[in-house]
Design a protein around this ligand. Structure first.
Ligand code: SME
Length: 155
């Protein structure tokens, strides 16, 4: 199956599993697990950084799959912080060439970060995916992950 088809199936699977679930943590955890499983080993770190309600311009690590993640990332810092600030997806083909990249694990070579909005259209989190491969992410990943994130917090 082509990757676009895999993403379409994955979106349906995630939505059926979290349907009616009121816990956002349960939604993030289930999505992180299924996305990581679907694209292992290309995806070696898959997880969410959530906007801290007590510090609205700071991200705190949420559910993830992979090696130890950094705990907190301010807006405008790193790939996650800039994606949160701009509310835009960022694809990084080579993290060595991304000014201000935050290396939680030195094995990361490339990365994609996708914003997640709540039902009111407010930024709630970012999905961060790392790979040990250079240039591991393209527009198929972008569209697939954006589609999954667009519905993740919508009951
Ligand atoms: N590399 C990210 C930080 C999170 S780790 O990859 C899990 C960044 O630059 O924002």
């Amino acid at each position: 199956m082509d990757r676009a088809g895999q993403y379409a199936d994955l979106k349906v699977e995630i939505e059926s599993i979290v349907a009616g679930e009121t816990s956002m943590t349960a939604r993030y955890a289930s999505a992180a697990c299924l996305i990581a499983e679907a694209f292992r080993p290309r995806f070696f770190w898959t997880g969410f950084y959530v906007v801290d309600p007590l510090k609205p311009f700071e991200l705190v690590v949420g559910p993830y799959q992979g090696t130890l993640g950094c705990l907190r990332i301010p807006f405008c810092k790193g790939v996650c912080g800039i994606a949160a600030e701009t509310c835009e997806t960022i694809i990084v083909p080579d993290v060595e060439k991304f000014d201000g990249h935050i290396a939680c694990d030195s094995k990361t070579r490339s990365e994609i970060v996708v914003p997640v909005f709540d039902a009111d259209g407010q930024l709630a989190a970012v999905l961060d995916v790392d790979s040990e491969q250079l240039d591991a992410f393209d527009q198929v990943d972008r569209s697939g992950l954006e589609a999954i994130c667009s519905r993740l917090l919508i009951a």
